[in-house]
Design a binder for this molecule. Structure first.
Ligand SMILES: [Zn+2]
Length: 330
């Protein structure tokens, strides 16, 4: 990632459950349910349910992968982060989708540590989703925060215990009648935020499409997605674009403000035309920061970003780029 800060986007939003939610806590409970909801202590006193930022990032990433696959015509344009290319029993289809971060080996054929890959190179050869969310080898540009109950929901939230029956995976019947119970949240809104640093414009297009579907209640989070759990609805409370050191006249990403050499080494996508005619909000200048609030306008303003995304996904040379690199260094 570039050492200097060029731009950032900040989205704060509310999450409301449409279905019962279960964000599983890893902790065993004494005499409690088999699966309980994540909890945290507020001011060291009362326990409150919360959703970790990592769960939110996982949800956004999985949905972003789906969107890119939909745009990819007849090729798979993104990797699957859990497929390790070093495994022997992969089908050709799985091999083609192996995780970007796991393709590049730690050691070469002779067992020597392979040369450290500079982050520009790793960014350049990664799939569109890894470029935004990161991989095993690269930290990513998008950061999430933990989601806590809104002020209004504190004390008004509801957690319930449900019974489940373990299904035998082979027969589809119940596994010896084994029963388990789990805790779900049925009432309570959360608030949290997402930050993207040094974004390319198409990345805002991708995150914009995810948020649009989240606003329409089409995305699920947590445990039991195939059993009617986890559907949520998001509401954007604040959407801000920040440009450092330079005012913006329209929505543009990092490629508009970096050097030609940086563009080449990171492989930044050249933005498509468009966006010049859409009214751009007034600047709020705070020191070096030029801030633009687009909370009411984001769907219109992000249209050129979505066009960039479509072009980028269709023309990007992944996975050939990463395959060539791997063949060269390993
Ligand atoms: Zn990837």
């Amino acid at each position: 990632m570039l050492k200097k800060l060029i731009n950032s986007a900040h989205i704060s939003f509310k999450i409301a459950p449409l279905d019962p939610l279960l964000i599983k806590s890893g902790q065993a409970t004494v005499g409690g349910t088999d699966m309980s909801f994540m909890r945290t202590y507020k001011f060291g006193e009362k326990e409150f349910p919360f959703i970790p930022g990592s769960s939110i990032k996982g949800m956004l990433r999985a949905y972003a992968e789906k969107i890119c696959r939909t745009l990819g015509d007849n090729k798979v344009p993104v990797c699957l982060p859990y497929i390790d290319s070093k495994k022997n029993d992969l089908t050709p289809d799985e091999k083609a989708q192996a995780a970007c971060g796991l393709r590049v080996k730690e050691k070469d054929k002779e067992g020597n540590k392979s040369r450290t890959i500079i982050s520009a190179k790793m960014y350049n050869i990664s799939c569109p989703v890894c470029r935004l969310f990161g991989s095993h080898k690269y930290i990513g540009r998008l950061a999430t925060s933990d989601a806590y109950l809104t002020k209004e929901s504190e004390g008004q939230h509801r957690l319930e215990i449900r019974d489940g029956i373990a299904i035998d995976r082979l027969t589809g019947g119940t596994a010896g009648g084994a029963k388990y119970d789990f805790e779900v949240l049925t009432k309570g809104d959360f608030e949290t935020s997402v930050d993207i640093r040094n974004f390319e414009r198409w990345q805002l297009g991708l995150i914009g499409l995810v948020f649009r579907d989240m606003e329409d209640g089409l995305i699920r989070i947590g445990f039991g997605k195939s059993r009617g759990l986890g559907k949520i609805k998001a509401e954007i409370k604040n959407f801000k674009i920040i440009s450092y050191n330079m005012p913006l006249r329209k929505l543009s990403g990092i490629v508009a403000h970096c050097t030609e050499q940086e563009k080449q080494s990171y492989g930044f996508f050249t933005e498509t035309n468009g966006g010049e005619d859409t009214p751009w909000p007034e600047c709020e200048k705070k020191g070096l920061r030029h801030e633009y609030t687009i909370t009411e306008l984001w769907k219109n303003l992000l249209e050129p970003a979505v066009n960039d995304l479509v072009q980028f996904v269709r023309t990007d040379k992944w996975p050939q780029k990463i395959d060539e690199f791997v063949a060269e260094v390993n």
